[in-house]
Design a protein around this ligand. Structure first.
Ligand SMILES: [Zn+2]
Length: 275
């Protein structure tokens, strides 16, 4: 079976240079492809390097994705948007993200978030690139922006969707895909699980969001920690997230694998057919 990770951060510093080991485990665990999301100018080169390297075993396709995450936009330089546009133009099979809006994180300013998000959404729309969106406690504005701004005609990803159940249909009508993280297997996440039961079949994706959003311990087959012993989510836990999803949708893993593959390739593109 082939598993597709719609959203992770393999480049993250907390992995402390152990990416080759992680990828080896992922290959053994059946991971076929992953979208690796950059979050700021400082980590874009790391994402690029991961996408360009020869991986042994060479089974895993890395889709590089570049964007300014709302948590880091205060770090942006004057020519950040030009740099981003150049990266997107230079690489085939590229994606935009992680981008978005966040009114949840304590102490984070909302100033500039919409402007930075819209500029990146427009870049994705112009090039019809898949875009991965983070949204916390800003769903009203997010919906308005997605409704009124140009969008990539291929669609867009709402990663770890945690918005209202009632917005699923209107967002899907705009082209949204929704990815389920293992974190929603935690008992207290019943509202999010209930929301995911309403996601249209052809719009579901699965993600690890590694190194964050770990599965509950009982489902975590790849325990991993940073240099200080703090637990990290290993991207090879992807299969465990599929198993959680299969239980949630009361569907065999084998059929879930097939439809998630179709959804993933529809949004992120097929590696054989170059655009
Ligand atoms: Zn993320």
């Amino acid at each position: 079976m082939k598993f597709y990770d719609a959203h992770n951060h393999l480049q993250d510093d907390r992995f402390n240079g152990r990416q080759s080991d992680l990828l080896r485990d992922c290959a053994t665990a059946g991971v076929a492809a992953m979208v690796v999301n950059g979050s700021c100018e400082a980590d874009w080169p790391h994402v690029l390097a991961l996408a360009g390297r020869a991986i042994e075993p060479a089974a895993i396709r890395i889709i590089p994705s570049f964007g300014y995450h709302p948590w880091y936009i205060h770090e942006r330089t004057e020519d950040w948007l030009e740099k981003l546009a150049l990266l997107l133009a230079a690489i085939s099979g590229v994606a935009v993200g992680e981008v978005g809006l966040d009114r949840w994180k304590p102490g984070l300013s909302y100033n500039g978030q919409e402007e930075v998000f819209i500029a990146q959404l427009r870049l994705a729309a112009e090039r019809n690139l898949p875009v991965s969106i983070h949204c916390l406690q800003a769903w009203g504005r997010m919906f308005e922006i997605l409704r009124t701004e140009p969008r990539p005609t291929r669609g867009f990803l709402l990663h770890s969707y945690g918005g209202p159940k009632e917005m699923v249909k209107p967002l899907a009508d705009l082209g949204a895909y929704f990815s389920l993280p293992g974190y929603y297997a935690h008992e207290r996440k019943e509202r999010q699980r209930e929301t995911f039961r309403h996601i249209p079949r052809e719009r579901l994706l699965i993600e690890t969001d590694a190194p964050d959003q770990s599965l509950p311990d009982a489902r975590n087959r790849f325990p991993f920690a940073d240099a200080t012993g703090k637990p990290l989510n290993h991207p090879a836990n992807l299969r465990g997230v599929y198993e959680f999803a299969a239980e949630l949708f009361e569907e065999p893993v084998a059929s879930l694998v097939v439809r998630v593959e179709e959804n993933f390739l529809r949004l992120f593109g097929n590696p054989v057919v170059r655009e």
